[in-house]
Design a protein. Sequence first.
Length: 429
Amino acid sequence: MKHLRIITIILLLALLVPTVQSQDMQVVDRIIAVVDDEIVLESEVLQYVQDIVLRNREAYRTEESITELQDRVLTELINQKILLSIAASDTNIVIEDRQVDLTLDDRIAQVTREVGGEEALEDYYGKPIRQIRREFRDQVRNSLLIERVRNVQIRKTSVTRDEVQNFYNNVKDEFPSVPERVRLAHILIEIEPAEEAQSLAKSKADSLFQLLISGADFDSLAMEFSEDRVSGAKGGLLGTTERGDLVPDFETVAYNLEEGEISEPIRTRFGYHIIRLNWRRGEKINTNHILVMLQATDSDEQRAVESARLLRDRILAGEDFESIARDESDDDETARVGGDLGWFDLETIPDQFQQVARTLEVGEVSEPFSSRVGVHLLTVTEHADEREVDLIEDWDRISKMALREKQDMEYANWLDEQREEVFIEIMME
């Protein structure tokens, strides 16, 4: 069960795409399985196996381990065919284009980091990044559909207190210890482009707006000029979203437009947007936009660092971290609670924050450091050493583990039932 779940996660989340072949791989198109009217090609299995082995070399050193992996991958590909068929027949399972695009961006970025950059990714697959994105897209949509089918099933599962207690009693000797944990707070200073860059971006957005009110086609202008690469290729289409999905400044304007109306350029942290509301249904809207981005420079970042350093000096001089966070932090959500980010397992914190957190004593304030969202001051407000699991103290953690195990078991049983309903033929030598 554990191995199957690992392979499932790899196939769904690691963006290993069978339709994209690396230069070194010999394509073999022998049919090795039939699932109703769908087929599984040997080249599909080999591509997944190759990518998994490349990412986990230590685990697959022997021919036997690779053969076992190949069998598990084939089983999971058969399962995917079945689940995609179920998704296609359920009108309630819908994946929006915007969700596909956002997930695709995240997974492309993940794989790019793993292989060492965009050029290395293109080199590995022997194709330009634009073509890789196109070929990844359907696979990302399929993975989201399968994930949705699974979520629909596991949502029906719950655990009782007795089940949690029994789970703990059965596995308490194997329980991992509770890792070292820290409670963090931060102050964020966003990196604001200089006034000249803001003026140039606003001027460009105003010019595009004038073209639109003079009769220019919105979709054509978005395709040519929008700096949102994902939506720009589709005429600026963001698709259907619900209140809270987009940044507040964007939504404030979008929800007040009439259907078909185009907004004047409005500013968000991403830049200047021109918004067209296509339709609204209650709290759901469908929009297009043209984005003129604001590009921060090294000097803009340095200016944010200096602002953060001045705030740090005030804290070291005796001012209260929480009060300064409330007044000065650009992270609106955490500023309201004095910058509190909550508790984290130290090992799971993103690398930049983990490296800083490890150097801090409780109450100590870090030097300014940068992330993709801005410049931070970080402090550890509480610290807990690694310890053994306690049923009462760690009830939430244990109950989640018990629930996950029960969900896995019931989902596997449900999937076995679905396999009984379809024709499956495996043609392995």
